[in-house]
Ligand binder design. Structure first.
Ligand code: URA
Length: 192
C-alpha cells in the first residue's frame, strides 16, 4: 500500500477480493472527495444506495451528513469521505472485526495520502478503528463524542473529533442537536 497514490487505492478497492463481502457487493465504495481535504470523515460501511452507486454517503445517512456539513458551512467537495469497510455487509449487518482488519490497510493509506488536519470518525466502528490505528485508549462514544483529541503524526499536529454516525438521527431525532454540536467543534478546529 505504501507507495500507491490515492486514485490507485480507489481502483484497487473497486476490484478488491480480500474478503467475502466482495462476493455479495454490487460496487465497492472506496471513498471520494478532495485529495487536498483538510477534513476527513469516516463512516462504518456502505449501505444499499452506496452499494448501488459505488459512492459514499449517498443514501439516507448521506442526506443527513450533507445537512450537518451545511450547518457548519462546509462544502462536501472540500472534504474526503469514506468508511471503515468499503463493501456493503449483507442486509446491512455490522461489519465483522475480520472485515475491518482486512479493510484497514486502505483507510490507513487514504489517511496518509490526504494528510488531513481534522479527522472525524462517525460511529462506534470508525472511532474504535481510528483509536486503534493511532494507539489511543479505547473510549465509549458517549464519553468521547465532540471532544478534540490532539495527536502528532510524523511530526504534524492533527485533531480527531469523534461523533455519532449520522444514521443515528433517523432512529433517534433527539440526537440531532448533540451531533450538530459535535460538528460545530469540527468547524472550530478547522478555524484554529
Ligand atoms: N453509512 C456509512 O457508514 N457509510 C456510507 O457510505 C453510507 C452509510
Amino acid at each position: 500500500m505504501g507507495e500507491l497514490e490515492l486514485s490507485q487505492i480507489e481502483e484497487i478497492v473497486r476490484i478488491c477480493l480480500l474478503c467475502d463481502l466482495s462476493l455479495s457487493r454490487t460496487h465497492a465504495v472506496p471513498g471520494e472527495g478532495s485529495p487536498k481535504a483538510r477534513i476527513f470523515l469516516i463512516g462504518e460501511a456502505p449501505g444499499k444506495e452506496e452499494d448501488r452507486l459505488g459512492r459514499p454517503f449517498v443514501g439516507r445517512a448521506g442526506q443527513i451528513l450533507d445537512h450537518l456539513l451545511l450547518s457548519i458551512k462546509l462544502d462536501r467537495a472540500d472534504t474526503y469521505i469514506t468508511s471503515v469497510v468499503k463493501c456493503r455487509p449483507p442486509k446491512n449487518r455490522e461489519p465483522a472485526m475480520k472485515e475491518e482488519v482486512i479493510c484497514n490497510r486502505y483507510l490507513a493509506r487514504q489517511l496518509e495520502l490526504i494528510d488531513p488536519d481534522v479527522i472525524v470518525p462517525m460511529g462506534r466502528h470508525a472511532i474504535t478503528c481510528l483509536f486503534e490505528m493511532f494507539g489511543l485508549e479505547r473510549q465509549e462514544i458517549a464519553h468521547v463524542h465532540g471532544k478534540t483529541i490532539a495527536i502528532i503524526v510524523h511530526g504534524k499536529k492533527k485533531k480527531i473529533i469523534p461523533t455519532y454516525h449520522p444514521a443515528v438521527i433517523t432512529h433517534n431525532p433527539r440526537m440531532r442537536l448533540s451531533i450538530e454540536k459535535d460538528f460545530h467543534a469540527v468547524r472550530s478546529a478547522l478555524q484554529e
